[in-house]
Each structure stands twice: as C-alpha cells, then as structure tokens.
Design a protein around this ligand. Structure first.
Ligand code: FES
Length: 384
C-alpha cells in the first residue's frame, strides 16, 4: 500500500475555503485515565514538549484574527495544565466562546468556581459508563466514577448547563437505558451518546469495542423511546445519538470538509485540519514556526484536500461529492493506506468490503484484551 496518494510533483492549489471558526486547543497529552477508545495518537509519548502559556495565547490571538469564534480546551486531560485559568480568562477577553472538554478527574468545586470567574462558557464532562465497575475498568481508575458524579453535579450547581458525553461501544451500549436514566437523575441538559469512532487507540481496539448491528439498533430504539417519553413529561433534556459510520453506506462529511471550519493545535504545536491527521504521511506546519494565517491559508497540509482536484474515482465523478467530500481522509488512510481513496464506508468504494468485514467481526464477541491508552503502551508505537 502506498502512503501518499498524490502524483509526484503535485502541488495543491488554494481552493476557496472558509474561516477556522472552531479552534481546538489540545493542551496536553497527559491524562490520569487510560480509555481504550481515546482518539489521541498512539505514539503520544513521543511528543512531550508542550506549548508554553505565551505560545498558546499567541495562537489564540491569531485564531481570533482569522475569524475563530469557538475555542475548545481538550487533551489528554486539560485540567493537568497549571495555566488553564489564565488561558481561559485571556481567551474570553479575546472574545472566544470557550468550552472545556474534561473527564472531571482533577476537578473540584474551587476550580469550577475559578473557571466561572475567568469566564468559561461551557463544561462538558465525559463518562465511560453508567455502571461504576465498568466505568472504572475502562477509565483505569478506581475512583473515576464517583468523582465524575460529584463534578457533574458541581458543574450544574454552579450554573453551567449540564453537558454529558458517553462514548458507547459493546461494553456499555446494552445499558443505554441506565445511561439515560443516570443523565436524567443528574439533570443533564444535553447528552451526547456517541458511538465510538475508530481513530487512534479506538482503532487499535476496534475488534473489542465495535457493537453488533443488533446492539446498535436496540440502543437507538431505546433512545428514541426515552426521547418521546421525556418530551411528553416536559423534560428539557436533549439526547443526541451519534451513529457509527461503520454501519452507514455513505461516508460522513468529516470536519465539514478538510480545512473548511476546523483547526486543531496539538500539545507540541502542530496545526492540523482534524484531530487525527497527525498520522497521515503529510507534512503539517507547527505554530512555533509559522503564523496561523500562513498555516490556514497557505500551508501544503491545509490545502492538500481542499476542493475536489485531489479526488480519484469513484469520488471524482460522484454526484454526492459536494455533500460528503469523499468522507474521512484519515479513515481512508488507516484502512486502505492511501488518503486519496474514497472513505471505505462508502458502498461505492472498492474497499467497502473492509467495513463489511468489520461489521461481521462485530457479530462475534472477542476475548482479546483491550489495549489501554497509557504511556507504557504508547512507547510501543513511538519512533524515538
Ligand atoms: Fe481526519 Fe476525518 S478524522 S479527516
């Protein structure tokens, strides 16, 4: 399989593109938990030189000038960063809508109050499961579940909307009713029931995580029943059920198109059009060497898959290409070795059989152990 899809000498043009409305700051790869479905790169232990506070603030300033309006703080676990309050308050002064994406581990009532004072707009707390033992097994921490419950309640008590995220997979999806009931008990306002997407560590664990079609259909049906029941009771909770693309016949328009609205910066300053692009055989710029304006508008990496010229068949002549942009470049690369191929989720792709085979694999449970995301396991994937 070839790693690069372009013809020798290919230089992407600079097709029209939007502004990076959504800036995601992956502040650190450090994390006290070890979820096997983490989308971080498997070789994260290779990238340890984190951007300084001043470097992040320069990135935020440049992002605002480019039109970014929403700033997400994620990781790893962003609470690990000692300068988080400074980053939040400075970003808020710049006019960003700020969003903290956290496991809740490392949070306490004083920190929530400080974030509120610093102007943080939104906190999303993630759970691994509704059952304490499953949650803690997946998180790799005995205390994680109780801590999350406490912090979810604290976030709500301090006036934030309660936004919860559950990544669902074959180990927790059969308890979707209990997950929803827990969210109701916690007075959640928004709940994302996001079926695992297979990137990073999740791709490594796909066989152990992917639910069967029957599990998925049942979970969706139960979610719909709860939606109706809760709406009839006048409950304001919003349940967002995200289906996995592995059970679709057409690919998702990943990131709303490459380099169109989304820009992520990794802990060590690499700028990417999506959170997974680091694995692609493409050179991406670093904010330590280049201004964000150059990165977004001029860089090879960001222009690489803009427009339609890069497409091969069947995408090139497909009448849906303006809707799905050929799907996900990272998924095409992971599964076929060529990032210019159609995303194999598409039934028109000659590689669609890979997706069908993964679905068939999901029908038979495996006893293969999960590979947890931690520094020791990451070293196996590191080049240095
Ligand atoms: Fe990278 Fe879809 S995750 S393009």
């Amino acid at each position: 399989m070839s790693g690069s899809c372009q013809q020798p000498g290919y230089r992407p043009q600079t097709p029209s593109h939007g502004q990076p409305l959504w800036l995601l700051a992956e502040l650190t790869y450090k994390c006290p938990l070890q979820c096997p479905y983490c989308a971080n790169p498997k070789d994260f232990a290779d990238f340890s030189t984190e951007l300084t506070t001043d470097e992040w603030l320069r990135v935020f300033e440049e992002g605002r000038k480019l039109g970014a309006v929403q700033l997400g703080f994620s990781g790893g676990e962003p609470l690990v960063r000692q300068d988080l309050i400074t980053l939040i308050s400075e970003a808020r002064k710049m006019g960003y809508y700020t969003n903290l994406i956290t496991s809740g581990v490392g949070l306490n009532e004083h920190k929530v109050a400080s974030f509120r004072e610093a102007g943080l707009d939104h906190i999303q707390v993630s759970f691994q499961a509704s059952d304490e033992s499953v949650n803690n097994m997946l998180a790799g921490s005995e205390k994680a579940f109780q801590q999350k419950l406490k912090m979810a309640r604290e976030v709500k008590a301090q006036g934030y909307p309660m936004v919860l995220n559950f990544v669902t997979h074959r180990h927790n999806i059969d308890r979707i009713d209990r997950i929803i009931e827990l969210c109701v008990e916690l007075e959640a306002d928004y709940v994302e029931l996001a079926t695992c997407q297979y990137y990073g560590w999740a791709f490594e664990n796909r066989e152990q995580l992917m639910p069967s079609r029957a599990q998925l259909e049942r979970a969706e049906r139960i979610t719909n029943e709860y939606r109706e029941k809760l709406a009839a009771q006048g409950h304001p909770i919003k349940l967002i059920f995200v289906t996995p693309d592995y059970y679709e016949e057409r690919p998702k328009p990943c990131m709303n198109g490459w380099g169109q609205v989304f820009l992520t910066v990794t802990p060590d300053g690499q700028a990417l059009p999506c959170h997974s692009a680091r694995m692609l055989p493409i050179e991406f710029p670093n904010v330590r060497q280049h201004a964000l304006d150059h990165i977004w508008n001029e860089s090879f990496g960001f222009n690489h898959f803009r427009g339609y010229d890069w497409m091969q068949e069947p995408c090139r002549s497909c009448d849906e290409k303006e809707k799905d942009f050929g799907g996900c470049r990272c998924q095409a690369y992971m599964l076929t070795g060529d990032a210019c191929n159609a995303d194999p989720v598409c039934s028109k792709s000659e590689h669609h059989g890979l997706i069908v085979a993964a679905r068939e694999e999901a029908e038979a449970p495996t006893d293969k152990p999960l590979l947890f995301r931690n520094e020791r396991n990451s070293r196996v994937f590191c080049k240095s």
